[in-house]
Design a protein around this ligand. Sequence first.
Ligand code: FE2
Length: 494
Amino acid sequence: MPQDLTTADMLRVLAQATTTVTAEHTDLTLPVDGTLPAALDGLLLRNGPGRFERGGRRYRHPFDGDGHVTKLDIHRGAVRYSNRFVRTREYQDEARAGRMRHRAFGTNLPGGILGNCFQMRFKNAANTSVRWHGGRLLALWEGGPPHRLDPHTLATIGPEDFDGRLKNPFGGLSHRLTPLLPFSAHPHLDDERGDLYNFGLVSGSPNRLMLYRIDPQGRMHPPREHALGRFSFVHDFAVTREWLCFLLPHADFDVPKTVFGLKTAVGSLKIATERPMQALLLPREPGARRPLVLTGPPGFVFHVAQAFDDAAGRVVLDVIRYGLYPDFDAFEDLFRSPPNGAMPRLERLVLDPAAQRCERLSLGADVDAQGFELPISAPAPLGTPQRILYGVGAPPGRRAPYLTAIQRLDTDTGRLTTRDFGLDLTGEPMLVPGDGDDEGWLLSLVIRADQHRTDLVVLRAATLDIEAEVALPHAVPIGFHGCWVPRAALARGG
Ligand SMILES: [Fe+2]
């Protein structure tokens, strides 16, 4: 397998991986190559950008693509496939108009200053994740509210405000820009109580973290609010038995240039990765203890692989840390001339509230040597350390964050198992646990380079051996996150 891919190879496949989906299918039975384990009985749901242009004009940034949800319904070794765009208000408006009418985070409208000045209500791309909880299927995007989908048809029901709990209470400009509060794409489930925790970052004066808790029946508690001392940007967080943990980088946002349309919102975000992040610990139970701020490592963290409290009262976070924040305003340059430090690395942070310090630990020489992203671990009660982590990755020697492998790390021994797919791009693996000691299976949508095709690949989690492949009826573009819904959970609504 090639390890030093050429820039031309990577850009060619990335262009293939960001091609607009033109057809929607319903319950199409797909041929299976290999044998799907009988234990796979449920829905694999994925979300990602699926439409990259409107009215002949391409989005400047692929991450602005309109949310496109795929559903693979697996039962008794057979697979039925459905896909739908998330029909947000903006999607429907632009479809009717046949042109781009809403400014996106990474794409300004045509017309320069005149076209963008004071246009600060951004399109909800609804493209980052899809989650099932409390009888609701939700398409998530961190800049705005979730959208509720019908789990059977994937039809968009509309924005979900959780019985009004997500209505923006802050009035004035904040309310006009986001009438419903943002709800991040990285909620975390308390597997014991069944509560789902999430947050939303609300810019303003002050900048605020909104903290959400949704019970197993889908009812949201009154949101909590935590004012931040300064602007920051956070994509994922961690929940332990004791704490809600946020790693806040030192960020700046060029408000005037964004307001006047001289820059995109993505281009206006600057993160000083040479400065330490703040590790903010908020009590999981309101008032249980005082919030704490510790000095973390420099860099930036998109994703948290797992988090738990250890016996000494410390908080352990396995995170994907970037030495440099990727310059997403120049997406292709990440692969053309990648800067040193652009590769995401998995490492362990140990936050010690008593000693007021944060320690960085290696999880092994093998994982230090190669990229790791889109991490997952097995579902487990909060506070239970997970020995095995999975994710996508890049073999040693790869310079750009071009992720083509499925990886498994044993955090006790540091043993890293990698299955590399060469030029093919691997999607976030989803774990379906087996019975007892059986680790189960990993499911990933793999984009086949130069074949205009996407396959569901099913791997045995313990060995990364491929058990089955299922060719989808069309190429599914590069995606972000999703979930596995066991059929029993779908039937009981939670
Ligand atoms: Fe994410």
